[in-house]
Design a protein around this ligand. Structure first.
Ligand SMILES: Cc1cc2nc3c(=O)[nH]c(=O)nc-3n(C[C@H](O)[C@H](O)[C@H](O)COP(=O)(O)OP(=O)(O)OC[C@H]3O[C@@H](n4cnc5c(N)ncnc54)[C@H](O)[C@@H]3O)c2cc1C
Length: 385
């Protein structure tokens, strides 16, 4: 890897910070399904969450490779960035498509940590994969939009001040293309009139602070519409490649954690009077996961290289996310198996990381949808939907 992509100084800093949040901290949060407030505060204070915000708005103006390095190291250290990673990519929607007024109003506060932009409301109960089928509407009356409908899986909404929200401003039947008529809003959730926004937490198999949202004529000032009305789907899509790469980096970090943990345990644990790692049946799944991880890492670096050269590498970003999630899952499986019964014990952290790792086959985009993208857009096979 070349130096620019590596960001060794940043990696060292993240490793140092993460050392203050050992397994016991994450086990407690997991047991109580508690938000890791102290960890998120520490990342914010160190400036890592504002890495990608331009300097003129108080951020560090770092390239996406730095964001990827931060998230990878967080996961490699056994921590979990899911509590706050969205800030890195949702902020991009405001940065790329927001007005100057919106950017100067919000970004400096997001950068200094006084405002949290952690929530991203796109998925609805009847529209996950099929985003354009979403039913949540925003109707304009005077200088205010009123939002009605529901979102699901809006993670971190209870721990965020702001939310990037996708809603229909023109009904699907009234637009020529189903991707038209959707708009993006930057919703300030702090001072909303009572009962216009209800947030209901969803308990999941891992600690993820995800929620269901209900909007009952929730007012959003027209000044908080991002970009042009009706063009929101394009704005959301334009941020997807960055999201894929950043999540891919987390998967690589997890894969490294599982592989390092497996190799160490296999070398240490003795059964039949010799280390279990001496058996090739134990070695090979770990070695295979390592090979998968390295290949995925190369694809991720290629996607980042193209992105930083000014491209928008849909193929490479999608492949990197899928290969990284697959490598992560192979490593998780090898790690659990290597640990035998101890893999199931909370104090080893393997079962927690195993549960956390499973998500990335489904969200933020499922493996099937990436394969579908490759089949249709790269290999030019017939569209399936
Ligand atoms: C813990 C968690 C956190 C999340 N956080 C957020 C968030 O912060 N914000 C947000 O907006 N969303 C979030 N999501 C939602 C996530 O993006 C969706 O779950 C995901 O996009 C899949 O949508 P779905 O759950 O509706 O599945 P569905 O669309 O119902 O799909 C179900 C299965 O069918 C497959 N499938 C569907 N259509 C096809 C097809 N044409 N070809 C092949 N396979 C297909 C899918 O791949 C999937 O495996 C989160 C989800 C989870 C579980």
């Amino acid at each position: 890897m070349n130096y620019e992509l590596n960001h060794q100084d940043i990696r060292d800093g993240v490793v140092k910070l993460c050392a203050k949040f050992p397994g016991a901290y994450w086990q407690k949060c997991d047991r109580e399904q508690a938000y890791p407030v102290e960890f998120v505060n520490a990342l914010t204070e160190a400036g890592y969450l504002s890495a990608l915000i331009p300097e003129e708005y108080g951020g560090l103006s770092l390239p996406i490779s730095a964001g990827a390095a931060i998230l990878e190291e967080v996961h490699r250290a056994g921590c979990n960035a899911a509590a706050c990673h969205a800030q890195m990519y949702t902020m991009g929607t405001v940065l790329r498509h927001g007005s100057l007024e919106q950017k100067s109003r919000y970004l400096p506060h997001i950068a200094d940590g006084s405002l949290r932009l952690q929530a991203f409301g796109v998925t609805e109960p009847d529209s996950g994969t099929d985003t354009t089928a979403l039913k949540c509407t925003a109707r304009l009356e005077g200088d205010t939009y009123f939002v009605k409908g529901q979102k699901i899986w809006t993670s971190r909404a209870e721990h965020s001040d702001l939310m990037v929200l996708l809603a229909r401003t023109t009904l699907r039947e009234q637009v020529q293309k189903k991707t038209d008529g959707l708009s993006v809003f930057l919703v300030d959730m702090r001072d909303l009139p009572e009962k216009t926004l209800s947030i209901r937490p969803i308990r999941t198999m891992m600690n993820h602070a995800t929620t269901e949202l209900f909007f009952d004529d929730m007012p959003v000032p027209a000044a908080n519409l991002i970009g042009e009305e009706g063009k929101g789907f394009r704005y959301i899509l334009s941020g997807m490649n960055a999201e894929r790469m950043l999540i891919g980096a987390e998967c690589i970090g997890d894969a490294k954690w599982f592989i390092e943990k497996s190799a160490a345990y296999a070398s240490d644990r003795s059964v039949f009077g010799r280390p279990i790692g001496q058996n090739q049946g134990v070695q090979f799944p770990i070695a295979r996961a390592y090979a998968q991880m390295r290949a995925a890492e190369l694809m991720l670096h290629e996607a980042i290289r193209l992105y930083e050269a000014g491209g928008n590498p849909g193929e490479e970003a999608n492949l990197a996310k899928m290969l990284a999630a697959d490598a992560q899952w192979a490593a998780a499986e090898a790690c659990l198996q290597t640990h035998g019964g101890f893999g199931f014990a909370e104090e080893y952290d393997v079962e927690r990381k195993f549960r956390e790792a499973r998500l990335y086959q489904v969200a933020p985009i499922s493996t099937n949808l990436i394969l579908s993208f490759v089949a249709e857009h790269v290999l030019k096979m017939p569209r399936s939907y």
